[in-house]
Design a protein around this ligand. Structure first.
Ligand SMILES: [Fe+2]
Ligand SMILES: [Fe+2]
Length: 387
C-alpha cells in the first residue's frame, strides 16, 4: 500500500484548513511507514494517537470556520467527523488492549476515509468558500485586479511586494463587518496582469495604483495596512498623496536599505521555498506560475542599482499622517527592527507597538485580536486623538 500523495485536488481554498489537511496526510503517511516496519514498534501507537489528536483539532477548526461562513452542509460534516473520531478512538482502545493488530486493512480504511472525506466532502465547500471571500465589487485598472467589500472607513490591505489579495481571503470576513476593505493584486502577482519586465521604482508604481483605485471609486481618507516590503508602498503612497492617506498601520516592516547580502539571503530562501511547503502558500497566492512570479520579484531586487538600494529614498519627515508600527515578539528580528527604528524616528507621527501574542503571518494566526488594535487605531484617527 502506498502513501497518500497530496495533490491540488485536495485544495479547498482556505489556507489554514488546507495546511491542516496536508499535516493530517503527513501523519497518516508516517503511521503507514511505521506500521510497515512491523509489530512491537512503539511509534505505531504514537502516530495513531497523533492522528486522532490532530484530526480532532482539525475538525474543530473546520467546523468553526464553516459556522462562521454559514456553510449549509455543516451538520453533515459534523456527523462524519464524529463518526471518524469514534472509530479512531475505538481503534486505539482495541489496539492498546491488544484486541487487534494494526494491519493493512485498518490503514486502508484510514486512507480511504481521509481521501474521500477531503475530496468528496470538504471540497464540496470550495465554491461556497470562494463566494464567502468574494467581493461586492471586482474590477481591474491597467491589468491590476482588485476588489472592494464591506462598509465603513476604508482600509487597503497589502501583504508584501509579491502581494496577492488571496493572502487575506481567509480573514476578510472579520474586517468586512467593520470596514470597507480594498484588496488588490500587485502588478505581476495574484490575478493581475503578468509582467515580466517589472522595473524601476516598484514601490512607487504600487502607490500610483492605490491612487487610481481611489480616484475611480471616489475613496478618501484611506488607511493602509501593510507588511514586510509592502510597508514601503504604504509610506510612498502617504508621501505622494498626502490628502488621500489618513493613517498607516505597518506590521513587521522590512529594512529600508537592501544590501547585497540581503539579496543572497532572499535568493536562497526563494530557492528553498520551491521545494518546501511554502510552495503551497505561493501557489495559492499566485497560481500555477508562482515560481515565475517570485523569480520576477527577485529580479526587481537584483536590478536595484547600488545607488538605489535604499528602497525609500525620500524624506521621512514629509510623511504627515500617523504611522503605527506593530512588531511581533514571537518572530522578532532585532536587526530588522533596529534598521527600521532609525528610519521611523524621522517620521513625525510614528509609534512602535510590540505585541507578544501575534505571530507571522499575524492575520491568519490571531485575526480577531489584531482587529481590536486596528479598530482602536482607526477610531483614534477619526476622532483626532492621535498626536
Ligand atoms: Fe477536513
Ligand atoms: Fe471535514
Amino acid at each position: 500500500m502506498s502513501v497518500i500523495e497530496w495533490t491540488k485536488d485536495f485544495i479547498i481554498g482556505n489556507n489554514k484548513i488546507d495546511l491542516q489537511h496536508m499535516e493530517l496526510i503527513n501523519i497518516y503517511n508516517a503511521l503507514l511507514v511505521e506500521t510497515k516496519k512491523g509489530e512491537g514498534n512503539n511509534k505505531i501507537k504514537e502516530y495513531l494517537k497523533k492522528l486522532a489528536d490532530y484530526a480532532t483539532l482539525h475538525f474543530d477548526t473546520e467546523e468553526k470556520y464553516f459556522e462562521e461562513i454559514k456553510y449549509p452542509s455543516l451538520d453533515r460534516q459534523k456527523k462524519e467527523h464524529l463518526d471518524f473520531k469514534k472509530k479512531v478512538i475505538n481503534l486505539i482502545k482495541d489496539f492498546q488492549a491488544k484486541k487487534i493488530r494494526l494491519n493493512m486493512d485498518i490503514l486502508d480504511f484510514l486512507k480511504d476515509w481521509i481521501n474521500n472525506h477531503i475530496i468528496n466532502e470538504d471540497c464540496k465547500a470550495r465554491e461556497f468558500i470562494k463566494k464567502a471571500s468574494e467581493t461586492n465589487l471586482e474590477d481591474n485598472i491597467n491589468g491590476i485586479n482588485y476588489n472592494i467589500s464591506g462598509e465603513g472607513n476604508i482600509v487597503f490591505f497589502i501583504h508584501d511586494n509579491i502581494h496577492s489579495s488571496n493572502y487575506f481571503s481567509d480573514i476578510l470576513h472579520f474586517y468586512q463587518k467593520k470596514f470597507k476593505v480594498v484588496t488588490f493584486d500587485l502588478l505581476g502577482c495574484g490575478n493581475s496582469l503578468r509582467n515580466n519586465k517589472i522595473e524601476g521604482d516598484f514601490w512607487q508604481q504600487n502607490s500610483e495604483i492605490i491612487n487610481k483605485i481611489c480616484l475611480k471609486h471616489k475613496l478618501n481618507d484611506i488607511i493602509i495596512f501593510s507588511y514586510n516590503f509592502g510597508c514601503y508602498t504604504a509610506l510612498n503612497t502617504a508621501l505622494k498623496y498626502p490628502e488621500l492617506v489618513k493613517g498607516i498601520v505597518l506590521y513587521n516592516p522590512e529594512k529600508p536599505i537592501f544590501e547585497k547580502e540581503d539579496l543572497k539571503i532572499l535568493m536562497r530562501n526563494r530557492e528553498k521555498s520551491k521545494k518546501s511547503s511554502e510552495s503551497f502558500f505561493y501557489s495559492r497566492m499566485h497560481g500555477d506560475d508562482w515560481e515565475e512570479v517570485i523569480n520576477n520579484d527577485s529580479k526587481i531586487f537584483c536590478n536595484l542599482k547600488d545607488g538605489k538600494k535604499n528602497i525609500f529614498p525620500h524624506k521621512q519627515s514629509n510623511i504627515k499622517c500617523p504611522v503605527n508600527t506593530f512588531y511581533s515578539m514571537k518572530d522578532f528580528n532585532s536587526e530588522k527592527f533596529l534598521n527600521f527604528l532609525e528610519f521611523s524616528e524621522k517620521i513625525p507621527n510614528s509609534r512602535i507597538i510590540f505585541e507578544n501574542y501575534s505571530e507571522d503571518p499575524l492575520f491568519l494566526k490571531s485575526p480577531q485580536k489584531f482587529l481590536l488594535n486596528f479598530e482602536n487605531f482607526v477610531k483614534a484617527l477619526f476622532s483626532q486623538n492621535v498626536s
